[in-house]
Structure formats: C-alpha cells, structure tokens
Design a protein around this ligand. Sequence first.
Ligand code: ADE
Length: 233
Amino acid sequence: MDISLAILCALSLEAEPIIDALDMRESFDVFDARLGLRIFLSEDSKTALVLFGKCPKYKVDRIGTQFATLAAWETIKVINPKALASVGTAGGFKSKGAHIGDVFLSCGPIYYHGRHIPVEAYHEFEKGAFLSADIKVPPAIKAGIVSSGDAVFASIDDHKKMQLFNTDAKDMEAAAVAEVASLCHTPMFALKAISDFVDSNISTHEQFKTNYKFAIERLVSALMKLDLICAQK
Ligand code: ADE
C-alpha cells in the first residue's frame, strides 16, 4: 500500500462524515482481526481512515489513549502511511476566545495533560510533548496547542497542566498518536473541532449532544482544505 495519510478517529460519528466526504470504502483483512480496528480507503488508496472500533464487551466506541496507541501502532506497522492525523472533536476554552466549531490544527508539541506522575525523574515524561508536523495552516483553521488525557471531565491537576501548556483543544487521543508516531519517525498532526467548552457550567456531554453535528461539519470542511488532502483530489 502507498498511503499518503492515515486519519485516525475514535468515534464513528466523527468518522462517518469523513468517510462520506472522501468517498471511502471499508477494507477487510488488513489489520490483526483481534484488535477490532476498522479501515476505510479512498478510491485512489492514498488516504486511509482508521476507526478504533467498538469495545466487544461494552459495545461502545473505544475512545482514549489506549486505543489511540493501539490504532497508531497497527496503522504504522501494517500500512506504513507517510503521515498520521488524529482527527476529531475536542473541548475548547471560552476564556481563550474559542467558539463552538472552531477547528484547531496542532502546532508545536502535543502534550498529555492527564499523565500525572509526581516523581522528579518523570517530570518531562508526564508531559509527552511530542512534536506535531509543520503543516501549512489554511485560512479558517486556527493553529493551536492540543493536549490529551483519558477523562472527559478535567480534574484540578488536568486543569493546572492545561493552563501550563496553554491548551486550545482538549482531547483524549492526540498525544498517544503523537507518541507512537515519534517512536516510528512518522510525521503526525492533530485536527480538532471544538464541540464543547471545558470552562462551562454545562456538562460536557450535554454540550456535545447540542453541538457535535455542527462541530463535525466544520471538521470535515477543514480537513478538505488541508494541502495533504487537496493534493490527492
Ligand atoms: N472530545 C470532545 N470534547 C471533549 C472534551 N471536553 N474532553 C475530551 N475530549 C473531548
């Protein structure tokens, strides 16, 4: 396979509009079947979308850093794309001037805000800070700091880290994809649409239910503007 870009998505509701927009078809027998990952290819087989799949025990989409790590590793090992993208929704910050539907392209390091190991030797390890690739930022997309943790609701420690990193987009996958990509010397970036505010009194899930359709529409249109996708159309 000669894949230019593999798009990694955790939620099927994030993946489906992208699969439609890029007119992708599902391929079978590509990955180790035990992992439950799904892969969709564009007609020219230059772009792949890897969906983390459902938890066989609890029948929900597998979100978070474990499955991001698994998906990134299997994607690189089996299809070895030229670049990886962690694509989906994220929490944003009203206090930083963000709006629902804003789309952030990762710039600089991608951090873990949810890896807390208060031991001197782990001070840098906790942060991750794996570099995202230098991608041209198209108009209507913002360059921003992306950070990840395995919790939808941010703890006090998570908030402190996000303040330190100056996070614009809080997600649950990008740092893990960035970590595996860095091990394998594969360029990666994150593209995240704001579906809810971290600094709001309304629960994240309530906000997400209200906003996800609009945020994902904006995500798809931003994705189509990236040079990496445009060059293949
Ligand atoms: N995905 C969408 N909104 C999120 C949030 N607030 N935190 C983590 N991941 C998200």
